[in-house]
Design a binder for this molecule. Sequence first.
Ligand code: ADP
Ligand code: ZN
Length: 609
Amino acid sequence: MTDGGIARAREVLGRVFGYREFRGHQQEIIGHLVDGGDALVLMPTGGGKSLCYQIPSIVRDGAGVVVSPLIALMQDQVDALKLAGVNAAFLNSSLDARAAREVEQAFEAGELDLLYVAPERLLTDRFLALLERSKVALFAIDEAHCVSQWGHDFRPEYIQLSVLHERFPSIPRIALTATADAITRQEILDRLGLNDSRVFVSSFDRPNIRYRVVEKDAAREQLGRFLKDGHEGAAGIVYCQSRRKVDETAVWLAGLGMNALPYHAGLDADVRREHQQRFLREDGIVMVATVAFGMGIDKPDVRFVAHLDLPQSLEGYYQETGRAGRDGEASEAWLAYGLSDVVLLRNRIDESGSPDEVKRIERRKLDAMLGYCETTHCRRRVLLDYFGETLDADYQCGNCDNCMEPPETIDGTVPAQKLLSAALRTGQRFGAGHLIDLLLGKATPRMVQFGHDKLPTFAIGTEFDDMGWRAVARQLIAAGYLHANAERFGALQLTESARALLKGEVEIRIRKVSRRKTGSRDRSAKVKRSTELPPGTDAALLDVLRACRRRLASEQGVPAYVVFHDATLVEMAMVKPQTLDDLRRVSGVGETKLSRYGDAFLEALREGT
Ligand code: ADP
Ligand code: ZN
């Protein structure tokens, strides 16, 4: 970028947004746009995509026109910009005719920096004519993966956005998405006529998210402990597979004194909307939801995403967990999974009635998900590898359970052989429960009925308890030695490769199985959690600052984070600014917010210290 361009972009970064430095590729992207270039930006959720078009829109003449399918979010986005002193507006079906006309007039008169529009509105003749008459700084196409016919967010209107290039060839365009795969990327370039644009690919790593997988035991109690243990009072999402489980879990958490709300497609639209609004606006709501909840949740301070059931693919899992920690602060992704999840999902695929080709892909995706759960290596490495970012085999992120408490592995060949032969000797017709009873030597009525208490494998597995054997079974499934047959109610059957393991031609290392009592605390309870404050932060003062933020936010009818992010309040509680000049130096405090809120926060700071 021209030096003048850099200087102006930096000035806007500090004055308007209150930030000191650009992140990642932001400076390059912004420079390229300010100079009139086209760009495709691939950045993970929370990477900071918005500034990439907001700053060039402010720096360049005219208004930046932002196309977004997420109508429900436009209001909050525009409110946030206005509070930072940016002239922003939106046009979508929620405005009445008069309000819409006012926005159009302001746009035509050159009074706006940013204008958000829904794609169907942008494509109308009336709006295209308005564009011809107005000064446009750039076009930003947000959620650009919606152009992909293969993706689940496909929007037909997105394909027609190529008209922008045809009618306004000299206006720079920027397309943005958090979808990583190469096929979608090429589709965006082709369909939007962006083949000459620069492509900026960021790492999809989310270093502030800590990944943790626990063995499901008493899932709800484990969830309760996870929440109490470091996430108390924090906002988060708990995903469940079924509506019923959502309802039950929400009630259960509310019984523990948490602010938990249910969200699923079976609830009234009004109830859903109200719960979503409360989640966005209030502090510390735990949303218990099916996967129906999420698209377009850009609440920056979601501190945890918990899964009570196994997701069906790593794509889905990464997207869901990616909703945590958009503000870059410490956050946690927690997953409880057990053998029954694996059997259930396998069965669901087998019985889905989909074509074999589709089933094959779904099984592969589930296998990758299982591989993630059972890995004894760094979980981040497994995730990034899946998305095409290869790291060294011994890479350690230091922020996942396996890196922080490396699991001990043992030679699992003999236990594996015991389980495999138990399956073989019983005709591969029984599920894990019966096989484990057999190994443990439990003479249940079923055992006696089938004469299995007379088998040589009866009672040969007392080295582990029930939980231990379940872990062995899961690892054998994940490693592809056993599969759960849906037509036989989840009976465990040997795969082709199991033979070599049975004969001792290959060995298998498995996670060391602890004989811990069910309900004992997770070993990890002592590690730092997301709600823990940096040293030197005054917690009582932070509460006073939060209360001040809550009051200002509700006076103006905006979510609390629109006033200031948590990170900004934490920094205030640490450095304890005493003058407006001190306050200006805190990250996230721009000039407009300083003059609007500065005195209120200085007052709160005095009161709290
Ligand atoms: P995305 O759209 O990529 O998910 P956002 O644009 O919403 O991400 O940015 C995520 C968060 O990071 C926002 O809260 C934003 O204010 C903050 N942010 C973005 N860029 C910077 C920066 N250079 N310095 C500090 N915070 C930033
Ligand atoms: Zn790791």
